[in-house]
Design a protein around this ligand. Structure first.
Ligand code: LLP
Length: 423
């Protein structure tokens, strides 16, 4: 798959448009997304899983819920994985069919549930016994039937960052698999509840097949157990979590090759493992990718404000901050950072930091990069997922604009905040 974000000679392009022109026109910091990269990634996923009949993909809105991005993804045929009434609202407004929407989340409010029930969304994913009762009560009150899946916690180590690992038994998510049979029995007999199936999400940014394989094995075993109790499972939802590569998103003779210990997940073997693991079950399969669809389509453009040196350490201070992109502050996440315009020169070891009054407002630590100066533009790569969606107004900073590029056409899909937005 060719990347839609690449150097043409020595200038960075997003599809047909130079990043420099976009930054000059729309200002920085600026999120720019490639529509065709998102579409390519969605299609790659779909094609890699085409050996599984009828598999459905629900895009996890939390990765990026810009309404124009959502329209693009719904037009590709995805359903929607949501975690709040707000996300259901955005999904419906952006063209996702109600029956293609699921609602997950460990702490749904009554308002979230009522919103989901009155909009007739496809599935509500229950995460505790108490919640099952509440779903039944709300559904009875409103006079609807809730299609409910149980989120089970299979106690699998996703081998990812601990903050985005969710499938271990001491995580807050789901119902422990050892107790889930009792919960399923309850769910199967609740008023105004139709038991739909099993859900599991073991973590995010997973780059190996094995954790998924373990989850598949324990889910298959559990579904078998349910069958013996006369409880039929019509749907298995494996959640999201498919990882992407963060290193060497861009390559060029004038930028350093990044030390690459990343192993991209092999989608073909993942789909084969899932197909084989569930082959004896007559269930519809569902997955909830977020990052995989949208991460690689986004870049955050930022301008160098200052350089300074302290005790021999060189800092590059840029105009984007942790409020705009907080993945490094939260998870020490690695993102490639590359100059938008390349020229022959030396490389230096720097920390790239933002202007926010926090020591964690950092984008890169001791990173070898081409030397830059005040006014230069940098691109922080692979920021389409959990970039803008995690942003805030911390330090009363104005949230950046978002621009969507489709070939050689760009449009603003979210205005930069104004001072009035702070009030
Ligand atoms: N389904 C459920 C139930 C989830 O909790 C999540 C993500 C997804 C699907 C989508 O996962 P994905 O395919 O994007 O890995 N802010 C963190 C990621 C948190 C993910 C939370 N749940 C980050 O920036 O890495």
């Amino acid at each position: 798959m060719t990347s839609q974000i690449r150097y043409d000679n020595n200038s960075l392009y997003i599809e047909g448009l130079p990043a420099t022109a976009l930054a000059e026109k729309y200002g920085t910091p600026l999120y720019v997304y490639s529509a065709n990269q998102a579409a390519d990634n969605y299609r790659l996923l779909r094609d890699s899983f085409d050996i599984i009949d009828g598999i459905r993909f629900l895009y996890a809105l939390k990765a990026n819920s810009n309404p124009e991005i959502l329209k693009l993804i719904s037009a590709l045929g995805a359903g929607a994985d949501t975690v709040s009434a707000g996300e259901i609202f955005l999904a419906l407004r952006s063209g996702f069919a109600p029956e293609s929407i699921s609602l997950a989340g460990v702490g749904k409010t009554d308002d979230d549930l009522d919103f989901a029930l009155t909009r007739n969304i496809g599935t509500i994913i229950a995460e505790s016994d108490e919640e099952l009762q509440v779903i039944s009560q709300r559904a009875s009150k409103i006079g609807r039937t809730a299609h409910v899946s149980l989120r089970i916690n299979p106690d699998v180590d996703a081998r990812t960052h601990p903050h985005i690992s969710t499938g271990l038994k001491d995580n807050k998510f789901g119902i422990n698999i050892d107790r889930a049979l009792d919960s399923a029995k309850v769910a199967a007999n609740l008023k105004n509840v139709e038991f739909a199936g099993i859900h599991s999400h073991i973590g995010s940014q997973i780059t190996e097949v094995e954790p998924f394989a373990e989850a598949v094995r324990s889910i298959a075993e559990f579904v078998d157990k349910l069958g013996k109790e006369g409880i039929r499972v019509s749907q298995i939802d494996l959640g999201g979590g498919i990882g992407v590569r963060y290193k060497n998103a861009l390559t060029h003779d004038l930028i350093p090759v990044e030390n690459n210990s990343e192993h991209p997940i092999d989608l073909r073997s993942l789909s084969q493992v899932i197909k084989n693991g569930f082959s004896s079950l007559d269930c519809e399969l569902v997955m909830e990718p977020g990052r995989f669809v949208i991460a690689e389509s986004g870049v955050l453009l930022t301008r160098v404000l200052y350089r300074k040196e302290s005790s021999g350490r060189k800092f590059v201070i840029v105009d984007a901050g942790m409020n705009d992109m907080m993945r490094h502050a939260l998870y020490s996440a690695y993102h490639q950072i590359a100059p938008v315009e390349l020229s022959v020169g030396k490389s230096v070891m720097v920390d790239v930091v933002g202007p926010v009054c926090e020591s964690t407002d950092v984008f890169a630590v001791q990173r070898e990069m081409p030397e830059v100066k005040r006014g230069d533009l940098l691109a922080i790569l692979t920021t389409g997922a959990y970039g803008y969606s995690l942003s805030s107004n911390y330090n009363s900073r104005l949230k950046p604009a978002e621009v969507l590029v489709d070939e050689d056409y760009a449009r603003v899909i979210r205005d930069r905040d104004t001072m009035e937005d702070l009030v």
